[in-house]
Structure formats: C-alpha cells, structure tokens
Design a protein around this ligand. Structure first.
Ligand code: PLP
Length: 267
C-alpha cells in the first residue's frame, strides 16, 4: 500500500460483486487507499435489482466534506449517480476541488446506468445533466457499449463507429475516453477497447473470455484504471494494466462457482 488515495463515489451492491464493493476490493488489490462516498444503497441478486435507495444531498455532502478535510484524493472515481440532483451536486463539488485543491484530482467517470441484470439504476431524465454539467469536468470517461450509445448517440456497428462515438464524447468536454469492449460484438472472438484523448489513439485487443460471471466488470475495470492513474501511470499504461487485471479476474473466477462478481480475490 502506498500513499495514493482514490475516492470512489458510487452505489452499494449488496452482493459485493459490483458497485462500491468491487471498487474497494480492486483499489485495495492494486495498492491504493480507497475512500468511499455512497450515493445509493441497492438491494439486488442474480434475479435483478429489487430496490434502490438514493442517499439525500445532505448525506452525500457530509461524506464529501469529511473526506475533503483530511483525505484529498489523487483520483476521484465516480460510478452510479441516480438522479439529476446528485449529478449537479457532484459536478459542483468537482469544480470546486479542481479550482481549490493544491493538486487538482483526476476525475474518472464510469457512467453506470444499467445493472448486468438489465435493470435500470438511474432516473430516466438524467442524461442531459450528465452531458452538460458533469462531462466537462471528467478527465477519463469509461463507457461500455450501451453507455457509449446513450451518451454519444452513436451505435457500434463497426470499429469506425467507436472512433466517431469517442469524438462525440470528447466534443462534450471530457479529456479522454476509454470505451470498454466487453459488450461490443463487432468481432465476437476478441474483446477490443478503444482509448483516445483526441490526439493519441490506442486499440487494446485480447481474446474474449467467456464467463457468465461478468457482474461488476465495468466497475472493476474503471477502478483498476483509477488505481494506476493515482500511482502516476500514463493513461495508455493504466488501461493496459486495467485490462490485464480484468482479464485475470474473468479467467480465474470462472473456476469458482460460488463467487459473485469478476474481481479476483485469490492469490
Ligand atoms: N454500481 C452498482 C451499485 C451496481 O449495482 C452495478 C450493477 O449491478 C453497477 C454499478 C454496474 O456494474 P457493472 O460493473 O457490471 O457495469
């Protein structure tokens, strides 16, 4: 463990497979300190999301303030925000931290909207607030296929579509985009991620690992990326390590029937 701190602002998943629980396990595994700001408490299992309880703006603010006083972060990783109020509140706080902290935090946003069960986790009208208020403050955006479509309006019919989608997201003000290929089926034999800051472009391809146990892969990938960025890795190296980490999780957890989620917890 080194002195790097990552805040994860995200929802709780009681199964431990996704959300803030997956984030904490990943951040800890990769040697950084995880501080948590819980946005919602979800009740879910393999049959779906049973309940979502968003925390109030007061509870959100008091968690953020407590951390800001003593534990400013190198990286702030954002996952589930359930409603417009939370998006606006987090955007306001990020703008403040970026302008006032001695070292401006790197903001990684994993724009979680739908659980792996297919159930919606956010209110439907949240997209405009995300695009106009939050994205301009985001350094690295990590959408999966569906999230990329929702935010950019571009569908993944070909590899060129990913480049077009990423450009549309850069045009909304994000610093860099990492499109996670796990749910993109242009080529079903491999999993291809695309990373760009508008100037540099990286394609990361690996053999597709068939594992039905993919709950939490998006959270785990974005957390691994955040852990590496907090330790000073360049984005291109951070995505490489994050992809290796998630591939290791998907490969190893295949053998463990009882485990829920893709974070590898063994040795
Ligand atoms: N955050 C929470 C609280 C969740 O419950 C989920 C999925 O169920 C996610 C995020 C997203 O999970 P994934 O990493 O599978 O996209």
């Amino acid at each position: 463990m080194n002195n790097s701190i990552v805040w994860t602002i995200a929802g709780s998943d009681c199964t431990g497979g996704a959300g803030i629980q997956a984030d904490c396990k990943t951040l800890h595994n990769l040697g950084v300190q995880a501080c948590t700001v819980i946005t919602a408490v979800t009740a879910q299992n393999s049959s779906g999301v049973l309940e979502i309880n968003s925390v109030s703006s007061e509870v959100l603010a008091s968690q953020l303030n407590a951390l800001a006083q003593e534990l400013p972060a190198q990286v702030i990783k954002i996952g589930l925000l359930t409603n417009i109020q939370q998006v606006e509140q987090i955007a306001d706080m990020l703008a403040f931290y970026k302008g006032n902290w001695q070292q401006s935090p790197v903001v990684v946003y994993d724009p979680v909207a739908i659980a792996s069960s297919g159930d919606h986790l956010t209110e439907e009208d949240i997209l405009v607030a995300i695009k106009t208020k939050l994205l301009p403050l985001v350094d690295v955006l990590t959408p999966n296929n569906k999230e990329m479509q929702n935010l950019s309006g571009v569908y993944a019919f070909s590899w060129q579509c990913l480049e077009r989608a990423a450009q549309a997201l850069l045009d909304l003000g994000v610093g860099s985009v990492v499109i996670k290929g796990g749910h993109i089926d242009i080529d079903t034999s491999c999993c291809v991620d695309y990373c760009t800051d508008g100037e540099h472009h990286y394609w990361l391809s690996s053999k597709r690992i068939s594992n039905t146990q993919d709950h939490g892969t998006g959270c785990t990938y974005a957390s691994a990326l955040s852990a590496c960025l907090a330790q000073g890795y360049l984005l291109r190296d951070a995505v490489t390590i994050a992809k290796a980490y998630i591939n290791q999780g998907l490969t190893r957890t295949q053998q463990y029937k009882g485990q829920y989620g893709a974070v590898w917890q063994g040795n």
